[in-house]
Design a protein around this ligand. Structure first.
Ligand code: CIR
Length: 258
């Protein structure tokens, strides 16, 4: 399905107050983050998308990672219930903006928790990652919604991983049967049907990339992955992501695309 729209949310001046692990390389520079975000938005436009840009929300410093707040299918939206308490109310603005595009809106309810970063769409199917953010009740609720909407789903467990915040921290589906996976990803057995490019440990961050129509958007600084994509004749756009990486966010997290 050709993508035509994206919703993004500007990083706020207190972006650095968001949740972050200690491995990300220090506090982000908000001015640099804004420049990187603007470039991200303009590349989405260059890929043919019309953008809805939500204003920054200073009550929710992580809200630029808007992917975590909704799951999109061809016919419906499932508003998530983010697993981090500080992020719960981020969904309000997402629901409001998606209601202009979708008539059918479901939601994950308590005690379920689910982050969009744990959901990977693979053609018409979905892989759901159980993580520190997505619990079994959340996964079950989403599975039921997807089933009713005509989609198969598969649940994998990444709770034992020390390196993956979300499923898509270590998995991207680029279409045409091709997945990019992080080294030591605990779910590779579930991907037998697909061609896998496994990034090296040094390039683990690059496993989070996105396909937007004809283009693959990847984070700058990962030459081995670039070479592997070039060998498949894929058209690649490279984006600086350093400041989002410091807050544990990747390329997919910064937009909802449909
Ligand atoms: C968080 O910990 O929730 C944010 N600092 C990063 C969220 C990144 N989102 C994603 O990977 N889908």
């Amino acid at each position: 399905m050709r993508l035509t729209q994206a919703i993004v949310r500007l990083p706020g001046s207190n972006f650095a107050a968001g949740l972050a692990s200690t491995i990300g390389g220090g506090a982000p520079d908000v001015d640099v983050a804004l420049i990187q975000h603007e470039r991200y938005c303009s590349e989405l436009r260059n890929c043919g998308l019309q953008l809805t840009s939500l204003p920054a929300d200073l009550s929710h410093p992580d809200s630029t990672f808007i992917e975590d707040t909704a799951i999109l299918t061809a016919r419906a939206v499932i508003i998530t219930r983010p697993g981090a308490p500080s992020r719960l109310a981020e969904t309000v603005a997402t629901r409001d903006s998606l209601s202009k595009f979708f008539d059918v809106i479901h939601e994950i309810n308590e005690p379920g928790t689910l982050d969009g970063g744990d959901i990977c769409e693979v053609d018409d199917d979905f892989i759901i990652g159980l993580s520190a953010r997505t619990n079994e009740q959340g996964a079950r609720q989403l599975t039921a919604f997807l089933h009713d909407l005509g989609h198969n789903s598969l649940v994998v467990d990444i709770r034992g991983s020390t390196t993956l915040l979300h499923l898509k921290t270590g998995l991207s589906y680029l279409g045409d049967g091709l997945c990019i996976v992080a080294p030591d990803a605990p779910f590779v057995k579930a991907l037998k049907r697909y061609e896998l490019i496994t990034v090296s440990k040094a390039e683990a961050y690059a496993a989070n990339c996105i396909r937007v129509n004809e283009h693959i958007l990847v984070a700058a600084g990962y030459p081995e992955l670039l070479e592997a994509l070039a060998a498949r004749d894929l058209q690649v756009k490279v984006l600086q992501m350093s400041e989002f990486r410091k807050m544990d966010g990747g390329l997919s997290c910064l937009s909802l695309r449909f």
